[in-house]
Design a protein around this ligand. Structure first.
Ligand code: P53
Length: 478
């Protein structure tokens, strides 16, 4: 088997990481707007609202909000046939709890989608990509509050109705499973707008995370159901951050630790795809005595709102050793992972493992038998403008080539049904994890540094022509 003739070759971004214009056109502040710039190894700080004197890299980002026309023309030159971005919730509902949408925000995405379609580029839209209205954090506590289901569904319904003839491919919550790492502040805040009381124990954090994730899964299921009514042609997927967790050795305890770790990190996909909670998780809730608000109506909604496809990101694989936790093998993402000595890592410590992508595709395919869509993959690296004024980035091409090769093998040898491939940050943008500009993924360079200085001019890296060739040959010429 080879790649589909209608294979979606694209590029992926998220509104908050490239648009800028954080308070333009009536937009309200989102969770991304109160996060400062971090660095490699230094976490971003979450401030109490937008404070003077802080560096908030998402406020201007790469100013796509004002430059999208020229950018989309460049995307067309690159040869993309799809463009994955998100709709910034706070452009449409600045506070998140309004009844009426902000027309100026709606018009922006009409114009952006028209511009894409004019160039034969199909928009692929994430509804919630680390961009929750900040007001929903301060007034409601984020997704720990059931009210957020209705706010999100209302937002989704408004945009799906508005763009029903312009957008066919949707995803509900970006990397909904990052929050499996509830010990840190980053993922619960970016996924769900969760802040924890000072000194909250791991267990307190964990139960809040499960509650928030449940409300999100219910909201997602509702949106799948409503979306299919708005336009039966809609394809609505979930979005999972897939970092497969290998056993560090073939010691049986390591294998079991890996199995449990995979359950704790990927149960979200089970609920999205199968429409119910897996027994390993209900057994866990029972053992821990978690008293979650999961109603009979919620369960019905989950079973009615199964996703059409599985969108996922793939950057790296993990490895785990059992740390003497027989028989529970309870997983602590912050402490239990170990280095994989068989693979190299990026400057940011992300382990480079192309075969892991083939493994991930097989894992999803065996478990769910649904179409799969690789909606993020890429290599964050420091680029240097050489004397000839260009960026020569063979390291980026090497990474992507190896991953595309692995993905093709999953289709050819393993029969995986693959819809498309959209490499992450194909135009340089603000890193989600660190807030840096320096961690670049793009084929298109953007002149801006970590301090926010630079002309914002765009230029092509060597990888630009390489990806052009890949798309033109439908992946034959790598
Ligand atoms: P950055 C962690 C692990 C895997 C993917 O990440 C992740 C994260 C969060 O940092 O995020 C996704 O920018 C996410 C994008 C993000 C991209 O991967 O930290 O969906 O928003 O930019 C790359 O290098």
């Amino acid at each position: 088997m080879t790649l589909r003739k209608d294979f979606l070759w694209g590029g992926a971004v998220a509104a908050h990481q490239l648009e800028g214009g954080w308070n333009a056109g009536g937009k309200g502040p989102s969770v991304a707007d109160v996060m400062t710039a971090g660095r490699n190894g230094v976490e971003r700080r979450i401030t109490d609202g937008v404070l003077p004197g802080e560096n908030y890299p998402n406020h201007e980002a790469i100013d796509f909000y004002h430059r999208y026309k020229e950018d989309v023309a460049l995307f067309a030159e690159l040869g993309l046939n799809c463009f994955r971005t998100s709709i910034a919730w706070t452009r449409i509902f600045p506070n998140g709890d309004e009844a009426e949408p902000n027309e100026e925000g709606l018009q922006f995405y009409d114009d952006l989608f028209d511009e894409c379609l004019k160039h034969g580029i199909e928009p692929v839209i994430t509804l919630s990509h680390f961009e929750l209205p900040y007001h929903l954090v301060t007034e409601y506590g984020g997704f720990r509050n059931r009210k957020l289901i209705d706010f999100f569904v209302h937002f989704a319904e408004v945009v799906m109705e508005r763009y029903k003839n312009k957008v066919k491919y949707w995803m509900t919550f970006n990397e909904i499973n990052n929050q499996a790492n509830f010990m840190r502040d980053f993922a619960p805040f970016t996924n769900s707008g969760l802040k924890f009381p000072e000194g909250a124990s791991d267990e307190e954090r964990e139960v809040i995370m499960y509650q928030a994730a449940h409300y999100e899964l219910v909201a997602s299921a509702k949106v799948v159901e409503i979306g299919h009514k708005i336009n039966p042609d809609f394809q609505i997927g979930c979005m999972i951050a897939m970092c497969p967790i290998y056993p560090a050795t073939c010691k049986p305890e390591d294998m079991m630790a890996s199995t449990v770790a995979m359950q704790r990190r990927y149960w979200f996909a089970d609920v999205h795809v199968r429409g119910h909670y897996p027994s390993y998780l209900t057994a866990y809730f029972e053992r821990k005595g978690f008293d979650l608000d999961i109603t009979k109506e919620d369960k019905e909604l989950l079973s009615k709102g199964k996703v059409d496809y599985i969108g996922f990101s793939y950057y790296m694989s993990f490895a785990i050793k059992d740390h003497g936790k027989v028989p529970t093998f309870d997983y602590d993402e912050d402490k239990d992972l170990v280095k994989n000595e068989f693979v190299k890592a990026s400057e940011w410590g992300w382990q480079i493992d192309p075969l892991g992508l083939r493994y991930a595709l097989n894992w999803f395919n065996e478990r769910y038998e649904k179409p799969l869509f690789i909606v993020e993959n890429g290599f964050g690296a420091v680029d240097k403008v050489e004397e000839d004024g260009r960026i020569h980035d063979p390291y980026r091409v090497d990474y992507l080539k190896a991953h595309i090769q692995a993905m093709k093998e999953a289709v050819e040898y393993d029969g995986v049904d693959l819809m498309g491939y959209t490499p992450w940050g194909f135009i340089d943008l603000v890193s989600a994890g660190t807030g840096e500009m320096k961690k670049r993924y793009g084929f298109i360079y953007v002149d801006k540094d970590n301090e926010g200085k630079g002309s914002l001019d765009r230029s092509k890296k060597d990888s630009f022509e390489w990806y052009q060739k890949v798309i033109n040959s439908n992946g034959e010429e790598l």
